[in-house]
Design a binder for this molecule. Sequence first.
Ligand code: URP
Ligand code: ZN
Ligand code: ZN
Length: 469
Amino acid sequence: MTTLIKNGTVVTAADMARADVLIDGERIQAIGTGLAETGTAAAADTVIDAAGRYVMPGGIDVHTHMELPFGGTFASDDFATGTAAAAWGGTTTIVDFAVQSYGETLAQGLDRWLEKADPKSHIDYGLHLIVREISDGILREMDRMIDRGVPSFKLFMAYPGVFMLDDASIFRAMSRTADNGGLIMLHAENGGAIDVLVQRYLAEGKTAPVNHGLTRPSSMEGEATHRAIALAELAGVPVYIVHLSSREALSAVREGRSRGVPAYAETCPQYLYLSLDDLARPGFEGAKFVCSPPLRPADHQADLWRGLVTDDLQVVSTDHCPFDYKDQKILGKDDFSAIPNGLPGVEDRYTLLWDGGVAAGHISPTRFVELIATAPARMFGLYPRKGTLAPGADADVVVFNPDAERTLSATTHHMRVDYSCYEGRKVRGQPEVVMQRGNVLVRDGKFLGQPGAGRFLQRSRFSPAPAPA
Ligand code: URP
Ligand code: ZN
Ligand code: ZN
């Protein structure tokens, strides 16, 4: 089965040029001008005319939580609904977080996630591991997880009693990665201090959703980010800060990088487009925007955009972790600390970053591809099979119409959640054709994917993305 995508503008992290793309089976066979007239390409089984369109790599979202058990409930998307929504939005690979339960081995956590994902996932997926307990046995097991293609481990500096680890445990895990080549990813907020503030606010009767933001100040994200980087420096390892939301945390990353520490960080669309004002919407509406770290005052956004330009932030992921407003967020009606933490976003990332990034003039199309696909693929051991368009790479391709205008809404999105954080927002850009390994997942507004067609990706060890030219 061969497919020719002709007349489009092909964009990679390095280049942008008018070219045709020839796909043979699951892989890209050739990229060049005038392919349409030559040999196999002229006789392709399927031809897609991409005139006026950008042809770009499928998105790679390295931070999702399908069916995460959290806050007394489960994230509302499973691997079937969440990966279908991802594909609708132009994302063809996710890296989700398997969770080690207390008392469990890492292998048990990983196997449970593989059982959930394998029969359901429409798109290829990798897994990180959330490590909740550190012991000599768990440290040895990290090596075995890396051999099974899971070389990245998320540790928490927040959520005492649920996920939080102390500095000694974090340092021990980092020291192990100095030997085994794994990567520690940190949720960097000072959970101890935040917990004291939360109890104080509740005792004062401050129960509304906005207090979630007020009790998790950006200074405590900055402090934890600084501490995470200092611990990594001491261990002599790279470190990756997840869902970075504030200028204080960004300064800590920038400062670490400027003195040569291999510190890396991602941010997410919610921190670029939403703010504390959303958390403060009237009534209980703010609950729709409860995530951690929380949304910040809007003036942090310009700093984050600058970080994406200067490469102090290397990745845009979603931290997709949806909970229904009516049935799930409501658990915290009288207590903001009981609102399940997390936002939907896996479907909107590609277009949001295009609209607010490229169309608004903050970043170039090549930088867009770097942030949305190439850097995540490199850092998380998927490159060059994923994350770029090149002969031999998997044919994970998005044909993107930059002129299409649409309005984001829960009435039209495909994520299994009853609200959109971006309800009514007008955006420019639409993934019109989405392909994974040469198979069309989305075309002409129809979904053609199959649950279980996505494959588990055994990833190789961390390798830093070179800074953009
Ligand atoms: O609020 C969030 N971010 N929920 C998902 C879990 C996490 O900390 O990433
Ligand atoms: Zn987190
Ligand atoms: Zn997360």
